[in-house]
Design a protein around this ligand. Structure first.
Ligand SMILES: [Zn+2]
Length: 57
């Protein structure tokens, strides 16, 4: 008996946001001072989709 599980829900085809690739977050390089030394990266909210990951028309 093969129990087929139906998918939770048919996901609507939402256009992915370009800059963040649909994640809603974009890496932000953190630089310090005059030497422009890169000290790391932070995850920042994507301003193109406001964190939703979906492209806004
Ligand atoms: Zn985005």
């Amino acid at each position: 008996m093969a129990a087929k599980k139906s998918p939770p829900r048919p996901a609507p085809v939402a256009p992915k946001c370009g800059p963040c690739g649909g994640t809603g977050e974009v890496p932000i390089v953190v630089r310090v001072g005059r030497k422009r030394r890169t000290v790391g990266q932070q995850a920042g909210i994507c301003l193109a989709c406001f964190g939703t990951g979906e492209a806004i028309d």
